[in-house]
Design a protein around this ligand. Structure first.
Ligand code: FAD
Length: 473
């Protein structure tokens, strides 16, 4: 086999594997190098997202939600299920099976599309050469017309809470607890912390979330964030804002956490502690000293609007470059770069990337928040509609939350959509489409939405932008 490729991709997460498949579909001779080895010591594709991120966390969120619903909500529907129990190892086993199925599926997609996989570590050398070091230490050099770096990110560790074998863990460790901890601490009240805190809270853990910032979900629309905090607190998550963890002490099978807030210093003891304070770009061993690729001041690979690095023909995508650390953003950048390499015109729209928090109910948003519009001095109008006035939400026994639409005061163009409610992660695509097509709120208001659906709240919120929602007194 020749060692010359049109495209060599380093990393097979949702950025890298999608880029590789699309490049191969476009007729480019493509290789993809991946170094991930799973718990069983097997080389696997799929990166963070499939192995220890999006998919496994959703498998646990779904299982814990079903358990919680059966235990606490079935009675409302007239269903009696008095002896519902949770088999945690079985839940974990199911999660692992889904991961194996999906990562194996990517290997099949590579085969079907003609992507050549390499197991091992890829390092970019000068002159668009890529050295591959196999798991056995053997090396070979691939020559590439184009290189796509998609090496992803890793969790941030903090000095006051060094990870231990099984008591102080990161998000990966929290996906593999073999039993529900009675007392669980979570450092970091961001997306991952709230999702993992929710999983174990639903299964019976007493959960405390420590968030150093004074504002809950500071980057989100604050009208929505306030409702989310109220809801999670009602579900039993104790959310401590302005609480900075300063030390931890493991004593036998428990850990004592010292934290400081406006009222002073406090201590709290947990059986497990999850550190979820964010993720940082991963470039260790990816670039040789003379590769010529620059990093920015925060350690991300520096790229332009088209994901081109400081070296022509070398691109970088996904978590290792600026922008939201989201799987779908990584994948879209992968497709965009593959198209550009194939000589097509392609451009990513960074203004229409949805973000979802998979709590129950879900939280989803796209576009600008009210705070961002205010800060930028953009004149806007707002339409808000609560799920409590939606028939389907009542039938589903989930009337919490609302849809909020922000539109330009003069042009009526939709600038942002924010949803807190059941299936918000599905409904937000109404907003993505509206933003992509530069729709006005009136465009949404004039559409016919199926009845009875939760999406009718989007319709009503669009009508509310001009003050004439139908089902609102
Ligand atoms: P990664 O998925 O990190 O993949 C990078 C790959 O590159 C890895 O497989 C790594 O082994 C490999 N690699 C690195 N260096 C080399 C090298 N030198 N040679 C060979 N291979 C190398 N995002 C969402 O959009 N939705 C969610 O619901 C969601 N949930 C999440 C839940 C958790 C618990 C976590 C941790 C993350 C979650 N994310 C979610 C974030 C999402 O996983 C990432 O945004 C996404 O995986 C980034 O994709 P990527 O391809 O850039 O990087």
């Amino acid at each position: 086999m020749s060692d010359k490729f049109d495209v060599v991709v380093i990393g097979a997460g949702p950025g890298g594997y999608v880029a590789a498949i699309r490049a191969a579909q476009l007729g480019l001779k493509t290789a993809c190098i991946e170094k991930w080895v799973n718990k069983e010591g097997k080389s696997v594709l799929g990166g963070t997202c499939l192995n220890v991120g999006c998919i496994p966390s959703k498998a646990l969120l779904e299982a814990s939600h079903k358990f919680h619903e059966a235990k606490h909500d079935f009675d409302t529907f007239g269903i009696q299920a008095p002896n519902v129990t949770m088999d945690v190892p079985k839940m974990i086993e199911r999660k692992d099976k889904i991961v194996t199925q999906l990562t194996g599926g990517i290997a099949m997609l590579f085969k079907a599309n003609g992507v050549t996989p390499f197991e091992g570590t890829g390092k970019l050398l000068a002159g668009k050469k890529v050295e591959v070091t196999g798991h056995d230490g053997s090396t070979q050099v691939l020559e590439a017309e184009n290189v796509i770096i998609a090496s992803g990110s890793v969790p941030v560790e903090i000095p006051p809470a060094p990870l231990t074998e099984d008591i102080i863990v990161d998000s990966t460790g929290a996906l593999d607890f073999t039993a529900t901890p009675a007392r669980l601490g979570v450092i970091g009240g961001g997306v991952i912390g709230l999702e993992l805190g929710s999983v174990w809270s639903r299964l019976g853990a007493e959960v405390t979330v420590f968030e150093a910032m004074d504002t809950f979900l500071a980057a989100m629309d604050q009208q929505i964030a306030k409702e989310v905090k109220k809801s999670l607190t009602k579900q039993g998550l104790q959310i401590e804002l302005g609480a900075r963890v300063t030390a931890t002490q493991v004593n036998g099978q428990e850990v004592e956490v010292t934290y400081a807030d406006a009222k002073g210093e406090h201590k709290k003891v947990f059986d497990k502690l999850i550190v979820c304070v964010g993720r940082k770009p991963y470039t260790k061993g990816v670039l040789s000293e003379d590769a010529g690729v620059s990093l920015d001041e925060r350690g991300f690979i520096f790229v332009d609007d088209q994901c081109q690095t400081s070296v022509p023909g070398v691109y970088a995508i996904g978590d290792v470059v600026r922008g939201p650390m989201l799987a779908h953003k990584a994948s879209e950048e992968g497709v965009t770069v593959a198209e550009i390499i194939a000589g097509h015109k392609a451009q990513m729209n960074y203004d229409a990337i949805p973000g979802v928090i998979y709590t129950f109910p879900e939280v989803a948003s796209v576009g600008k928040t009210e705070e961002e519009l205010k800060a930028a001095g953009v004149p806007y109008k707002t339409g808000v509609f609560p799920f409590s006035a939606i028939g389907r939400a009542m039938a589903n026994n989930c009337t919490e939350g609302m849809v909020k639409i922000l539109a330009h005061e003069e042009t009526d163009r939709v600038l942002g959509m924010h949803i807190f409610g059941q299936n918000a992660g599905e409904m937000i695509h109404n907003g993505v489409i509206a933003l992509e097509f530069a729709s006005s709120a009136e465009d949404l208001a004039l559409m016919c939405f199926a009845h009875p659906t939760l999406s009718e709240a989007v319709h009503e919120a669009a009508l509310a932008v001009d003050g004439h929602a139908i089902h609102m007194a």
